[in-house]
Design a protein around this ligand. Structure first.
Ligand code: 1CP
Length: 353
């Protein structure tokens, strides 16, 4: 339901308008991994609670999601969770190890193991829906972004058993046992679709599909082994009234294919100029792409980089949502994030027409 102004004009959020390629009074900004990571109030709240346990506790999820919205005045909130939450919810033995990331007890590499991956139901993740309901009551007009990991990125954790540099075992399965690979990705696409649909039914305003590690693939392999599964996820959330953002790292050569998989907005890392990315994604809005390391630079340098991204984004034909090229680094000074929001809003402010 969109709030109406007195003259009956729909007064929708700047972020959602930008996702649809509509005119906006200023460039909207939010940050991947804005919840958690660099915030001292987050670290304090998390003390003594394991990551996955925190993700299953609606009060905590609600508070952690709100922290960066209050502190930085970003134009969107991202739901505090992790890409492995739905996998744990269907019974995969996965834990998030501090300082490492997701670790899978028994890596999945055989057809028999793939068959054991079951569907995800609402009851498996009722705590997610509950946290979203709490958040909608608190967020006012700020839209909430739901998210999930894309089949390739999830498969990489499951096959490798944890974080990986080269995704060697993952690619070995893909090349060596394509039937098992497609069966695995197709199972993951179903679980991911179910997870995103729970979030949409609970009320998120947009969804982002994180295919963080897809950039490790050639275009030919992406199209053959991955795109059909990501497309299945994105089509399962089509026509639900929520924009779909599709993001990966190191994807200059994949941007067109990622757009065609069914994205409304394409996320771009810092390596590709936004104006070029916009051409590659058929004029869809682009999201990005400040280098997260720029937040560690002196303020004058940061300001220059923010302006450069805004100028480049202004020439992106489909419109621009300001973000980082990847997630906030843990050592980032939260003040640099707040300053970036101010700079984006100041420098992109347009007169009402
Ligand atoms: O964006 C936000 O603020 C919401 C929170 C969020 C999101 C969107 C978390 C919390 N994780 C994610 C997604 C996620 N998780 C991605 C996709 C985004 C990206 O590329 O950054 C990926 C690849 C993961 C996997 C993961 N989970 C890693 C990376 C490991 C690797 O392979 O290099 C790590 C370190 C985690 C743990 C995690 N997730 C989130 C937090 C706050 C933490 C740290 C928790 C802890 O150490 O206890």
């Amino acid at each position: 339901m969109h709030p109406m102004t007195s003259n009956g004009v729909v007064n929708e959020s700047v972020f959602l308008r930008a996702c649809r390629g509509e005119d906006v009074p200023h460039t909207p900004v939010w940050f991947m991994r804005q919840a958690g990571r660099s915030l001292p109030e987050y670290r304090k709240l998390r003390e003594g609670t394991a990551m996955l346990e925190a993700c299953r506790t609606p009060d905590l999820v609600c508070e952690i999601t709100l922290q960066p919205v209050r502190r930085h005045g970003v134009d969107a909130a991202i739901f505090f969770s992790d890409i492995v939450v739905p996998l744990a919810a269907v019974g995969v033995g996965v834990d998030i190890v501090p300082g490492t990331g997701p670790v899978v007890a028994e890596p999945i590499r055989t057809a028999a193991q793939v068959e054991q991956l079951r569907d995800l139901t609402y009851d498996d993740v009722d705590y997610v829906a509950e946290a979203i309901r709490l958040l909608l009551a608190e967020l006012g007009g700020t839209p909430l972004i739901g998210f999930a990991g894309a089949p390739f990125t999830l498969a990489s954790y499951l096959v490798e058993g944890g974080p990986s540099k080269n995704h060697a075992r993952t690619k070995a399965l893909m090349y060596g046992a394509p039937d098992v690979w497609h069966a695995l990705c197709s199972r993951l696409a179903t679980i991911t679709s179910q997870f995103l649909n729970v979030q949409i039914e609970a009320g998120v305003a947009a969804v982002q599909l994180f295919d963080s590690w897809a950039g490790a693939l050639s275009l030919a392999d992406y199209e053959r082994f991955v795109a059909p599964h990501s497309a299945a996820v994105l089509s399962s959330v089509q026509d639900k009234g929520v924009p779909r953002i599709h993001f990966g790292v190191g994807t200059a050569h994949l941007l067109g294919a990622m757009a065609e998989a069914g994205a409304d907005v394409v996320g771009v890392d810092w390596r590709t100029p936004l104006s070029r990315a916009a051409d590659l994604v058929g004029g869809r809005p682009v999201q990005g792409n400040l280098d997260p390391c720029a937040l560690l630079a002196p303020e004058v340098v940061l300001a220059e980089e923010v302006r450069r991204v805004l100028t480049d984004g202004a020439s992106a034909s489909g419109g621009h949502i300001f973000n980082l090229g990847h997630g906030v680094l843990p050592e980032t000074d939260p003040g640099a994030l707040t300053r970036t929001v101010e700079l984006v809003h100041e420098h992109s402010a347009r007169r009402a027409t």
